[in-house]
Design a protein. Structure first.
Length: 229
């Protein structure tokens, strides 16, 4: 479940944004003061996305974004009444990922939020991984088998799923989480789709696909990737 911090000093707008985000299933925290937000962002935090108003009491959203970028690459979406090209460029140069001028359409805001969250999870900062005799290059989408010399090209979804498994290695990842993070909320594949991806991974990476060493099924929950130590 995604966690979002909304930094907005206009109470009515903050409540409306919170309500609509919560209706989409997000966990939302609202902060109304720039100084309060500064104290939050100066310490490690676990938000998946930050929505920043530009004009805030005490500390501006642009300055807050600069503070965030010192320690985190969490997606930042600016929400601002200052919508000129110069304003947008300033926000993006400060490290913002997107900029939505006020007044904005709530459906557009939700779409931008979904895109930023999906992009953030699908592209963790992992360039490659090793599974058994195979080296996976996430830049070229190629799998190279050290033992046989064979090379296989993966699909974008396969790469995204492997990145997620590597990012959460040793943890059980539910089918629901995989669907949300890899396919997003605007696509509706079945859980059987994931099962087929795992079957393909076992054929590609496991010495014996019927007795998997790396890609394990957790009955009724999802899957767990256990790499060699």
């Amino acid at each position: 479940m995604y966690s979002i911090c909304v930094v907005e000093d206009e109470a009515a707008l903050a409540d409306m944004v919170r309500l609509n985000l919560e209706l989409e299933g997000y966990v939302v925290e609202v902060v109304s003061d720039g100084a309060e937000a500064l104290e939050i962002f100066k310490r490690p935090f676990d938000y998946d996305l930050v929505l920043l108003d530009v004009m805030l009491p005490n500390v501006s959203g642009v300055d807050l974004c600069r503070v965030i970028r010192k320690t985190s690459q969490v997606p930042v979406l600016f929400l601002s009444a200052k919508g000129t090209t110069t304003d947008r460029i300033e926000g993006l140069k400060a490290g913002g990922n997107d900029y939505l001028p006020k007044p904005f359409d709530l459906e557009e805001m939700l779409l931008r939020v979904a895109i930023l969250l999906n992009a953030n999870v699908q592209s963790p900062d992992i360039e490659s991984m090793e599974v058994g005799d195979c080296h996976i290059d996430f830049k070229t989408f190629e799998v190279s088998n050290h033992k046989t010399g064979a090379t296989t090209t993966l699909s974008k979804k396969e790469v995204a799923l492997l990145q997620l498994f590597q990012f959460k290695k040793g943890e059980v990842v539910s089918r629901t989480e995989i669907l949300d993070k890899i396919w997003g909320k605007d696509q509706f594949p079945t859980t059987r789709t994931i099962d087929n991806f795992i079957l393909n991974f076992r054929k590609l990476f496991e010495e014996n696909p019927k007795e998997p060493r790396y890609f394990h099924s957790v009955r009724g929950v999802g899957y767990k990737f256990t790499p060699d130590e």
